[in-house]
Structure formats: C-alpha cells, structure tokens
Design a binder for this molecule. Structure first.
Ligand SMILES: Nc1ncnc2c1ncn2[C@@H]1O[C@H](COP(=O)(O)OP(=O)(O)OP(=O)(O)O)[C@@H](O)[C@H]1O
Length: 286
C-alpha cells in the first residue's frame, strides 16, 4: 500500500498531494464512474477524416482479453493521450495498433485502409506507424549515430537511412554534438530524444509514444514534450501517447481518453478533461 501511494503522488499528482488514493481505490472508483463512450463521440473529437482509427477492438495476450471493444479516432496532425489506472490497458492499445497482441475482433484503420493484420514491420514500412518504446531502448555500447541508423533497418537502401540521419542531426544539434559517443553516456532526456529520432528515420506519419516522461527529471520532461509538440505542430505528425503523468499528458494533447478496465470510459478535449472533477480526484491528486 505504501508503495502504491508513493507511485500515485509522484506519478499522477506531479508533486501535488491532495486526497491520496491507493492504486486499488483509483481502479475501483474509476470503474464506478465508467461508461463506454459512444463511437459518435469518439469520431466527433477527431479532426477531419481520422488518420488512425480503431473500431470495436477486442485484443489481449494469449487467451486473456484486455481490451473489450475499444473505439479510437485521431486526425492528421492531432495528438491524443490515454490516461487511466494501472493495468487499464493503455499500453495494450499501442501494442495492438502496432501488432504485438492477439486481436480477436474489431479493426485498425490507417488513412481508411484496414491494417489490422499487418505485422509491426509492415505497419512501419507501409502504414507509416512508428512505435516508440517505453524507457531505455537505446543500445548503450553503440554510438549515438549507430543507434540512430538502427531506425532504418527496414530500408533496402542504406543511403536513405544515412540521409535521414543527417537531416535529424542538422535538426537536433544536441544529438549531432554527441554522434560519435557511446549512447550509454547520454542523459535520460537525450536518450529519449534518440529513441524518438530513431523512429523518425522511417518518416512515419503516426507516432505511438509509450510513457514519454517516465524516469525523467522535470526539465527533461519539458524538453521531451517540446520535441513532441514541434513534431506535431511543425511537421504535422499525429501523436498517440500513453502517459502516467495525466496532468502533463492531457495538457499536451488535443484529445484525451480515460481508459478503465479495457474500455474508453471518458473522452474529451485534453484540456477539458483536466477540468473534469472525477478526472481531477482520481488522476490529478485531488
Ligand atoms: N506482454 C504481456 N503478456 C501478458 N499480459 C500482459 C502483457 N503486457 C501487459 N499485460 C497485462 O495486460 C494488462 C494491461 O496492461 P497494460 O500495460 O496495457 O496497462 P496500462 O494501463 O498501460 O498500465 P500501467 O499504467 O500500469 O502501465 C495488465 O493486466 C498486464 O499485466
């Protein structure tokens, strides 16, 4: 219990300790207020034709179903953040979109095309969807440049990966300065920048970002959110994010969903959800 409370204050409240609820309390209370958001409401939040959409998805691991009929829609250049209690299935939504789970029903659509059964590499290569792993996926003994080039492993033409890497280095001077150093010596924020940059080598349209703030100090969290904001606003990337730090995630995103027990229980504009008293009490520390 003590650990659960510590997590909650640090993770959801960002230092704000109002009414401290245990993770178990949050899950129970969230289930009590949960409803399943109708598909029309989900579609109304997306700008224009959804670039990425999920239609009544049931998915899980092996025989265990975790998502029980999820709908989702996000337009080109929009950002969407999933928040909710531990174990609600937020990361599983990203895993399912990228092709890491067993899908028993429903569809995933990219620009209207059914991509439900594509493998992760096909999602990246032909559907323009990239998945940015949660925390520490850089190879510490390889250089920054070698790590970056790993993002192009699916490209037949090695020259294309090098061209993309040079574009990225000219954009992110912080990485360029350290391109020949071992990635293991980078700060946490720089590693996150490298993980994001590695995904950019394939020039994806949709970025699936799992817990961008995890394990970072506040200054680095600001840097990572600034990078994501620029990718969205200047480069028109569509961003679908899972974020434990609900305040930061909802403040960032155009659209927010609260996931409870494998269902979308609340949906709205990100800033609007921040004002929702239930969201405040359960996920923002009161
Ligand atoms: N690879 C896996 N194999 C089997 N079960 C898994 C796997 N990954 C997650 N699960 C289970 O799926 C459920 C949902 O997990 P998921 O990580 O999607 O939740 P979450 O909402 O992202 O939680 P958290 O905020 O704690 O990261 C949990 O019960 C978890 O144990």
């Amino acid at each position: 219990m003590a650990d659960e409370r510590k997590d909650l204050a640090g993770g959801y409240g960002e230092g704000t300790v109002g009414t401290i609820l245990s993770a178990g309390d949050v899950a129970r209370e969230a289930e009590a207020i949960a409803r399943t958001v109708p598909r029309e409401e989900i579609l109304a939040l997306a700008k224009g034709e959804p670039l990425l959409a999920i239609d009544a998805l049931h998915a899980g691991y092996g025989a265990m179903e975790i998502l029980h009929g999820i709908d989702l829609a996000v337009g080109k250049g929009q950002s969407l953040c999933l928040v909710g209690p531990n174990g609600a299935g937020k990361s599983t939504v990203l895993h399912s979109i990228f092709g890491f789970t067993k899908i028993s029903a429903g569809r995933i659509l990219a620009a209207g095309r059914d991509v439900t059964r594509l493998s992760p590499s096909e999602k990246l290569r032909s559907a323009g969807i990239a998945y940015i792993l949660q925390d520490n996926s850089v190879f510490p003994d390889m250089t920054v440049e070698e790590n970056l080039l790993m993002g192009g492993y699916l490209l037949a033409d090695n020259g294309k990966a090098h061209e993309a890497a040079e574009r990225i280095f000219s954009h992110y001077g912080r990485l360029a300065k350290r391109r020949r150093e071992r990635a293991g010596v980078l700060s946490g924020g720089e590693r996150r920048l490298l993980e994001i940059s590695r995904a950019l080598i394939m020039e994806p349209q949709v970025l699936l970002v799992d817990e961008p703030s995890i394990g970072l100090e506040p200054r680095m969290i600001d840097m990572v959110f600034d990078i994501l904001r620029e990718l969205q606003q200047e480069q028109g990337k569509t961003i679908l994010m899972v974020e434990q730090n609900a305040r930061r995630g909802l403040d960032f995103a155009d659209i927010g969903y609260v996931l409870v027990a494998g269902r979308v229980a609340l949906a709205g504009e990100g800033a609007g959800l921040l004002e929702n008293p239930d969201v405040g009490r359960l996920f923002l520390g009161g």
